[in-house]
Design a protein around this ligand. Structure first.
Ligand code: FAD
Length: 310
């Protein structure tokens, strides 16, 4: 099977026994049996066809910034998007409404949000400032409906090109994506994001840049960016803030092994340097049960856990 994968993706794009600590922002996680870098849609479709026909498990990897992989690793094929998936193409579009720009970017799944926001700013397009500083890819951000500072992906998605379960390319409009708070249709359906058409509106380049810089400064001030993490560990429970509930439960700085509730921002679980994935997992479970005890609120992890933890 290995050589058939190599034939499809190219030998140089197939790695064996790869530590997931190198590919996730938590910097933890055991080995993936294979890590495959896929350069374009044709290769992706051929690879998925082979994996499906042979019942080989696979996982789609963005920037690994919302992912906790277990210490036992992942027994399957991790798929990374590179090459054409990292491109932004600027398409012309008939103006449908005076509010929206003529020029719309099509961002490949592997484009980093920060890079996309910068490119939009350089084109004098506003609407993506919120995403500047979120360390994920466009693909991962669609799955999660990533958001910050009052903005969310769902506000700027015109349409998404996807591969469906039969490996057919389909295009869904933003309002067909079932976006909700940190969720989308991709949480229910095993689709693959290929690219996203983003809708933005003309704005003043300097003002856009200033807004992005303000957001970045706020991140640096409030978030423990000096430590590996996956951002906010928990979703915001309705009517509460996860960080406040965790702080009120007396868990600021609480540790399990090398994992810690950040002293700077209780909503973040950080890797202080030598954490195992199991430390992070057990800390998350401890936080959930202590917060439940003290406030009655059940915190739901935003972080996706992959592999065996018990
Ligand atoms: C310091 C820090 C700050 C953060 N701040 C924010 C924030 O302000 N707001 C916010 O919402 N999040 C934030 N996050 C979390 C994270 O960056 C986002 O959830 C981001 O959208 C995840 O993107 P990713 O590319 O890293 O996806 P990954 O973590 O690699 O994957 C997430 C999910 O998407 C799936 N996926 C990835 N690519 C594809 C694809 N092409 N097709 C189908 N499925 C795919 C994966 O299988 C997985 O299920 C932060 C994280 C960190 C470390």
């Amino acid at each position: 099977m290995e050589h058939r994968i190599a034939e499809i993706v190219g030998k140089e794009n197939l790695l064996k026994d790869v530590p997931m600590s190198r590919y996730t922002t938590f910097r933890v996680g055991g080995n993936a049996s294979y890590l495959v870098s896929v350069e374009n849609e044709e290769i992706l479709i051929a690879l998925l066809k082979l994996l499906k026909e042979n019942n080989l498990p696979y996982y789609l990897l963005g920037n690994g910034s919302n992912l906790l992989v277990s210490d036992q690793g992942y027994d399957g094929v991790m798929i990374r998007f590179v090459g054409d998936f990292s491109k932004i193409e600027w398409a012309e579009q008939t103006r449908q409404s005076a509010a929206w720009s003529d020029s719309v970017p099509d961002a490949g799944a592997a484009v980093m949000l920060t890079h996309m926001a910068q490119a939009a700013a350089e084109h004098g397009l506003a609407g993506m400032e919120f995403a500047y500083g979120i360390p994920g890819t466009v693909g991962g951000a669609i799955v999660m409906n990533a958001g910050a500072y009052g903005g969310e992906m769902c506000q700027i998605v015109e349409s998404v090109r996807l591969l469906d379960e039969d490996l057919q390319i389909v295009t869904l409009k933003g309002d067909e994506m079932a976006f909700g708070y940190r969720t989308s249709i991709l949480k229910r359906k095993p689709y693959v994001v290929l690219s996203v058409r983003i809708k933005l509106h003309p704005g003043d380049k300097k003002e856009i840049m200033a807004k992005m810089n303000t957001n970045m400064t706020a991140r640096k001030e409030k978030q423990p960016l000096e430590y590996p993490s996956a951002g906010s560990t928990f979703k915001r429970p309705e009517g509460h803030f996860a960080g406040k509930l965790i702080q009120d439960a007396g868990l600021r700085g609480y540790r399990v092994g090398g994992a810690q509730v950040s002293e700077k921002h209780c909503g973040f679980v950080i890797n202080t340097g030598n954490a195992a994935a199991a430390d992070i997992y057990h800390l998350i479970r401890d936080v959930q049960s202590k917060v439940r005890e003290t406030s009655g609120v059940t915190l739901e992890p935003e972080v996706i856990m992959l592999g065996k933890f018990n």
